[in-house]
Design a protein around this ligand. Structure first.
Ligand code: BES
Ligand code: ZN
Length: 850
């Protein structure tokens, strides 16, 4: 039965649970159709709570028997849980329930993936395992016993007794139920060990299916680096005797930080040079670190309620970004993060799904694991750090860790740690958490008698449910360059607190060129009148690598917008500047590859829309194509030279230096392919000994008349490697011409290897379709109809993954009336499906309301 009337949950309605839990003991008898779960829970009245209603969440559970203090009871059971009369003193709750993991396609709760039992409990999946107060502020130590005939039986914490057909685990650290995990299967370990700085010996394991044993080494190295880094940079040590990571094929998200037993989407952990790209390696390193870092930021200190999600996710994303910046290039990491922030979070913030970093209400919490909570949430941590300085940031974090260890806390608690350490009032800063929308920052300048003045004005457009946005604190990092390119003022943080504010620089010999918002010091949209000469100057001279990259991006963007508006030819100013940069041997190849990247279709569409124009996805695609073709012709010799100079001869290593060289070589190859019809790409494809080069060549070949042969060869080579076959699906769709994209996606969804059961595969096809902007938004509406068809099919099986993909439609209001009408019709069609999930219903309703 589906929920009749989905309820909206409000932050302002928070009340603590009426009972505390002293201990949880769970016992599992595993069976695909009829797993038995026995729970024995020690409750006692919570002196801080007014409401003593004893309600336990529970969904899809068959109750066999329930007891209080050994006495059988008959609780009242509803679709969402049960209620019982309980004594006004400590008592023992016992329940036995039956669940069917094999029937669980939603991948939430206990389910089977390729014969392996595993769990996913965040955010509200534990209630599908047993009756429990399934909320993050109820923390307890867990003991677990697993009975099953699988050779490997894992749960949280430290191992206890084990023998044929059973294993026991005990987690001494009180935790909320969303961090519970269980795994049982025929797995092999990639083992290692780690000694913490206080001398605790930790057994580390990456558990995988036997055929994946050769793809674990990189994840293990990443884990050890992350453990050491958290000790060195944050003073955080690991706190159990074992740390287990398990790779699972069917998983809704990337990975999950269950205490002592992280569960990973196979795509976020398995890697070998032959099957994984450099980008995959980098993602694995980052995500292993992210989940590990949650052990402190999320697990030891958790969230009071799900409105505080950014407390753990924003902070942990910030920490994993710092980690990656330290392992690789800080500039490259920052540029990648900001590119992603703009493409996903700015887009979200400008549309019908806009919400504050700390939302005030939700229907389905799974719909709020968003770019805003994660990426903007991380930016807020970065801004705080900029505002208080590195040293105060470190002290604030120390205070936060000691003050709140073992607690479930709020954004107020987090900010209080900063206030107490610095004596600063963060009331205004808090608006970043409560107000949605991306602030525009308009800049003007004045030069008089040796005084240089920068004037700023901030304005945040209305978002759903929020019209008025008072000014926010904005840390604006600024440096000044002299006419000869020397830096005449080093980076300083201008702290903007008013709606309009000016800052004056004295004692300058000549009018400077400003470098504003260095390192992207705040998540805002900078609006500034500037010309190509100045952009080229900054591209050549800025000492801030982010702004140097930004200057190139601005040049490309201005050129593309001019093409779109006036039919102009690609601007030679861009071509000259980018040739200089690409040739500059002093620059990191990874940085040069990023500088060759062009603003994406999303960024251009939003720029046009912000200027009051209606973006046409097809025209944007054509402009980008023409731009790329002209650039390839203008850079032909240089492209070949870059290609030759960045061939890696050393044995493959997934490090920053090699991956930078490969990404520049692949960027050059894409240009060359436009001129040689794929001859060089074919050679690279045939000789590649790693997936980065093979896939780089494959994507080039897909745009030539060698596409068919390459597609068959790739499939034949990799048919047994599911993660590589995901790439095969994706590549064909993202590289398709706009008119072919939907047709290709339709064909591939009929391929025998396509399945609705594995989110990775679904995303490989339909995530790729929505990523092909011009294809998805094809004027015929066939992209919209196809995606809607398949979301309707996926929803009854896996509502969480289906709902996340609804965001493909979120930009509909900025399109022309004809496309709007086509999308509206699909939104209505999906909403009319009987029994549509709460997840999809919430997403589609919000999108339609735009
Ligand atoms: N806690 C999340 C995973 C999660 C999200 C579980 C939503 C259930 C519902 C985990 O820590 C996480 O954030 N994972 C990210 C990757 C990370 C590197 C940002 C993910 O899965 O994409
Ligand atoms: Zn996380």
């Amino acid at each position: 039965m589906r929920d009749a009337a989905p309820q909206t949950i409000h932050l302002k309605d928070y009340t603590p649970f009426g009972f505390l839990v002293d201990k949880v003991a769970l016992s599992f008898r595993l069976d695909p159709q009829a797993t038995r779960v026995l729970s024995r829970i020690a409750f006692r009245p919570n002196p801080e709570a007014a409401d003593r209603r004893f309600f336990l969440h529970g969904e899809g559970l068959k109750l066999i028997e329930a007891r209080i203090d050994g006495e059988k009871i008959n609780p009242e059971i509803s679709e969402t849980g049960l209620e019982a009369a309980v004594p006004e003193r400590p008592f023992i709750w016992e329940a036995e329930v039956e669940i069917a993991p094999a029937a669980n396609t939603a991948l939430e709760g206990l389910y089977l993936s390729n014969g392996m039992y595993c769990t996913q409990c965040e955010a509200e999946g534990f209630r599908k395992i047993t009756f429990y107060p399934d909320r993050p502020d109820v923390m307890a130590p867990f003991d677990v016993r697993i009975e099953g005939d699988q050779p490997v039986l894992l749960s949280n914490g430290n191992p206890g007794a084990s023998g044929a057909g059973f294993a026991e685990w005990s987690d001494p650290w009180p935790k909320p139920s969303y961090l519970f995990a269980l795994v049982a299967g025929d797995l092999v370990a990639h083992p290692d060990r780690f000694v913490t700085r206080s001398g605790r010996e930790v057994a580390l394991n990456v558990w995988v299916r036997p055929e994946d044993a050769d793809k674990c080494a990189f994840a293990m190295e990443s884990l050890k680096k992350a453990m050491r880094w958290d000790e060195e940079k944050y003073g955080r040590e690991y706190d159990l005797d074992v740390f287990n990571i398990v790779a699972v094929d069917d998983f809704n998200m990337g990975a999950m930080e269950n205490k002592g037993l992280n569960i990973f989407n196979a795509s976020a952990v398995l890697a070998s040079p032959e099957t994984a790209t450099d980008a995959n390696f980098e993602r694995i390193e980052g995500i292993i670190a992210h989940e590990y870092f949650h052990n402190w930021t999320g697990n030891r200190i958790t969230c009071r309620d799900w409105f505080q999600l950014c407390l753990k996710e924003g902070l942990t994303v910030f920490r994993d970004s710092q980690f990656t910046a330290d392992q690789r290039s800080a500039a490259v990491k920052r540029i990648r993060d900001v590119t992603l922030l703009r493409a996903r979070q700015f887009r979200e913030d400008a549309g019908p799904l806009a919400h504050p970093v700390r939302p005030e209400s939700f229907v389905e919490i799974n719909n709020f694991y968003t770019a805003t909570v994660y990426e903007k949430g991380a930016e807020l941590v970065g801004m705080l750090r900029r505002l208080v300085g590195d040293e105060a940031y470190a002290r604030a974090l120390d205070l936060y860790f000691t003050r709140h260890d073992g607690q479930a806390v709020t954004i107020e608690d987090w900010l209080k740690a900063f206030e107490d350490v610095t004596g600063r009032d963060l009331t205004q800063f808090k608006r970043w958490y409560s107000d949605a929308g991306t602030p525009r920052l308009r800049v003007s300048e004045d030069w008089q008698d040796g005084r240089y003045t920068l004037s700023f004005e901030q304005f945040t457009p209305p978002t759903p449910g929020q019209d008025e946005k008072p000014p926010r604190v904005i840390p604006i990092a600024v440096g000044l360059l002299g006419p000869n390119g020397d830096e005449v003022r080093r980076t300083q943080i201008l702290e903007m607190t008013e709606e309009k504010q000016s800052f004056t620089f004295e004692g300058l010999a000549a009018r400077p060129v400003p470098s504003i918002l260095r390192d992207f010091s705040a998540p805002v949209i900078l609006e500034r009148e500037s010309g190509n000469a100045e952009r080229a100057f900054l591209l050549a001279h800025d000492t801030d690598p982010f702004n140097r990259w930004q200057a190139g991006r601005d040049l490309a963007r201005a050129a593309l917008l001019a093409m779109l508006r006036t039919g102009a030819a690609p601007d030679p100013a861009y071509l000259d500047a980018i040739r200089m940069l690409a040739r500059d041997e002093a620059l990191d190849p990874a940085f040069r590859a990023l500088a060759l990247d062009l603003p994406g279709e999303e960024e251009l569409a939003q720029a046009l829309f912000d200027a009051g124009e209606i973006p046409d996805p097809q025209a944007i695609w054509e402009a980008l194509e023409r731009f790329r073709q002209t650039r390839a012709e203008a850079m032909a010799d240089l492209a070949r030279a870059l290609y030759d100079a960045h061939q890696v001869t050393a044995p493959f290593a997934p490090n920053a230096a090699q991956s930078g060289a490969r990404s520049l070589a692949n960027a050059a190859l894409a240009m060359i392919t436009r001129l040689d019809g794929g001859a060089l790409a074919r050679r690279q494809y045939d000789s590649a000994d790693n997936m980065t080069l093979q896939l780089g060549a494959f994507s080039c070949l897909l745009r030539t008349d060698r596409a068919g042969a390459a597609t068959r060869a790739f499939y034949d080579q990799w048919r047994d490697e599911r993660l590589v076959i995901d790439k095969w699906f994706t590549m064909q769709i993202v590289n398709a011409r706009p008119e072919d994209a939907a047709g290709r996606a339709r064909e591939l969804a009929a391929h025998p290897d396509f399945t609705l059961k594995t989110p990775n595969r679904f995303r490989a096809v339909f995530g790729a379709l929505s990523a092909n902007q011009a294809g998805f938004h094809h004027a015929s509406g066939k992209g919209y109809a196809l995606l809607a068809d398949w979301l309707i099919r996926l929803d009854p099986l896996n509502p969480q993954t289906a709902a996340r993909m609804c965001s493909a439609f979120e930009t509909w209001r900025r399109l022309d009336p004809s496309r709007q009408k086509l999308i509206k019709a699909q939104l209505e069609r999906m909403l009319a499906v009987p029994g549509l999930s709460r997840d999809m219903t919430e997403m589609l309703t919000r999108i339609r309301a735009a």
